[in-house]
Design a protein around this ligand. Structure first.
Ligand SMILES: O=P(O)(O)OC[C@H]1O[C@](O)(CO)[C@@H](O)[C@@H]1O
Length: 620
């Protein structure tokens, strides 16, 4: 079977813990916010669900996989709700990060029943961090946690690989930013732009981080080619214009064989040739050693190559060279990103669910979606710079959780749908439906306490700033949704910084891993994507056969126009007639020397031949 992946060269008992929020400052004064201190160390009678609350819970449900039965019903009494809020609020002091799961309706009983599953998940995570083959289908270790703490790597070889890569990419990016490494023929005398070519996990992390953290005037600005859409590629290249001469092209592909990325590279290389530029002097590859891309970059003598490790999945690769190199080149403090992720990982290692933020997320997802993905996760960051977080999470969560079979081979068709853009913008788009329409979701609000850098805020009406409106919109939406029984989680950070973004990424990476264990699926492979790739390869192979058949008929004297049935028969693919029609319509729409007579609207009337006979192809 022909494939389009090809060559790169041209052609149950939870011991409830006391909350540790003793005299805690919720809003840190040093960040300029109001300081509100409170003590959350409550008497044991106050902890957890008050009896009255438990009574409010109704409507018992049972789950398909014999998992703990779920009782639904949300706490509505304001005092009980406040106690629930305080009781369940998670705070990471050093990161200034809070997690509020009080608006998810899980009960104490449910948490207790889930306890054995959580302990199994923690154990699995511990094994994974020690280097177990956590991706059994592919026989791979899963080591993205080692990237921010190389000492955790199971052996010194891997530790050195991580450390050397980090050191190498920091040096490279410093040299590029300082102008020590420069493009050969740019009037600017230094690199000013990055063109990142990659798709999926090789694009989404860098896109999210660039949007979240790049300064207003970065040393190098970044653009992305993340598709095989010719018009999209042309647009990026046209936008670069003469700055192509000072563009560092970073081609990112773990496998080194992804067709969209290969096509992007070939298109960019063509643009370089047409501009009389030497691509190799401006090209950087990030890929697994020995991949097609790696070999191409080595043979062609590209400016630099950085490794992507076998044990890092695409969707968890932001803290590898994939995410760190583009970030560093934009002047983003990548060591802070790593530090934020490391701190978050540390707190996610506790085996006490209530003190483990990733486990709290997984618990909430499980409750809200019945452990079956019965509800979608709508992610609403109330901060423009976090716009792409939901898109990033979409791959992280859906590619990890959306699986046909569980680890025991049972057909489960698991999943957790993620979508969202940002608040309050979405309030004027689809929140109407969330509040009143079909109840098929739960929300994750991402709240950022700091509105603006200190000293820049002003009151646009007495006592109220622009940021106060954003805050009001978030709180109002959260309350309005809850008032109509719509559950939500709120993640709060002080500011959008490299540290908090690193922590957010680590939080969700871990939550996905734990959730996958709870529902017994392999989070680290993606067999379903292969079906689409294979089918795409088959379509292109069929297109080649169609062209060969048409060429043969067009080389006859006189030319022999063919009906679609005749083309399909001669391709030995009569069952593929619809696809052949689409192939011909697509080629005709793109001026591909193909002449189609008849009307596209009535396919049976179509007769087709080529404008020119390619004699060489006849004997190929
Ligand atoms: O980095 P690569 O190998 O080009 O893959 C890109 C993306 O394609 C996928 O393999 C899915 O096809 C993702 O998991 C991955 O992030």
């Amino acid at each position: 079977m022909a494939s389009i992946s090809g060559i790169y060269s041209a052609s149950p008992t939870l011991k409830r813990q006391k909350p540790l929020l003793k005299s805690t400052s919720l809003f840190r004064k040093d960040s300029g916010s109001v300081s509100v201190s409170f003590s959350a160390r409550s008497k044991s009678a106050d902890r957890g669900f008050p009896v009255s609350v438990a009574r409010e819970i109704s409507a018992e449900l049972s789950t398909a996989d014999g998992a703990p039965a779920k009782k639904k019903g949300l706490v509505k009494d304001p005092h009980a709700l406040w106690r629930r809020y305080v009781d369940w609020l998670y705070q990471h002091k050093e990161l200034g990060l809070f997690l509020d799961v009080s608006r998810v309706g899980f009960t104490d009983e449910f948490v207790s029943e889930m306890e054995p599953r959580f302990q199994a998940a923690f154990k699995a995570m511990e094994e994974l961090e020690k280097g177990a083959i956590a991706n059994p289908d592919e026989g791979r270790m899963v080591g993205h946690y080692w990237l921010r703490n190389p000492k955790l790597a199971p052996n010194s070889f891997l530790r050195l690989q991580i450390e050397n890569t980090l050191e190498g990419l920091l040096k490279f990016s410093n040299d590029v930013v300082s102008g020590k490494i420069k493009p050969p023929s740019s009037p600017a005398g230094r690199f000013t732009q990055i063109l990142s070519v990659g798709i999926g996990g090789s694009a989404l992390g860098p896109q999210f981080v660039a949007e979240a953290l790049a300064p207003d005037n970065p040393p190098l600005k970044i653009r992305f080619i993340d598709n095989t859409d010719p018009a999209g590629i042309d647009h990026q290249i046209a936008q670069l214009g003469p700055e192509l001469a000072s563009t560092l092209v970073i081609v990112i592909s773990k496998s080194g064989g992804t067709p969209e990325t290969r096509n992007g590279l070939l298109e960019v290389q063509k643009a370089f040739r047409e501009a009389g530029l030497n691509f190799a002097k401006q090209g950087v590859a990030i890929t697994q050693e020995g991949s097609l891309l790696d070999n191409t970059a080595r043979i062609e003598g590209w400016l630099a190559r950085f490794p992507m490790f076998d044990w890092v999945g695409g969707r968890t690769s932001e803290m590898s060279a994939v995410g760190l190199l583009p970030a560093a080149l934009q002047g983003i403090d990548i060591e802070e990103m790593l530090a934020g992720a490391l701190l978050m990982d540390e707190s996610n290692r506790t085996t006490v669910v209530k003190n483990n933020p990733a486990a709290l997320l997984a618990l909430s997802w499980y409750w809200a979606s019945d452990g079956l993905g019965s509800k979608d996760m709508v992610v609403l960051p109330y901060k423009d710079s976090l716009l792409l977080f939901s898109r990033y999470l979409q791959q992280l969560v859906m590619e990890s959780i959306g699986k046909e079979f569980d680890l025991d081979g049972n057909r489960v068709n698991q999943g957790l749908t993620v979508y969202g853009n940002k608040g309050s913008t979405d309030q004027h788009a689809y929140i109407q439906q969330l509040r009143e329409g079909v109840h098929n979701f739960f929300v994750t609000f991402i709240e950022v306490l700091r509105d603006r850098p200190p000293g820049h805020d002003w009151e646009l009406e007495p006592g109220v700033t622009c940021g106060d409106y954003l805050f009001g919109m978030l709180q109002g939406t959260r309350s309005a949704l809850y008032g109509n029984d719509r559950e939500s989680i709120t993640v709060t950070v002080q500011e959008v910084t490299p540290r908090s973004v690193g922590a957010l990424i680590a939080l969700y990476e871990r939550a996905v891993g734990i959730y996958a264990s709870l529902v017994n699926i392999n989070a680290y492979h993606q067999p379903g994507v292969e079906a689409g790739k294979k089918a795409a390869g088959e379509v292109l192979a069929l297109q080649k056969r169609v062209l060969a058949v048409l060429n043969e008929a067009s080389c006859k004297e006189p030319v022999e126009p063919l009906t679609l049935e005749e083309v399909a028969d001669r391709c030995h693919s009569p069952e593929q007639i619809e696809m052949i029609y689409k192939i011909i319509a697509h080629m005709a729409a793109n001026d591909r020397a193909l002449i189609a007579e008849g009307s596209c609207g009535s396919p049976r009337s179509i007769k087709v031949f080529l404008g020119e006979c390619n004699v060489d192809a006849l004997y190929a």
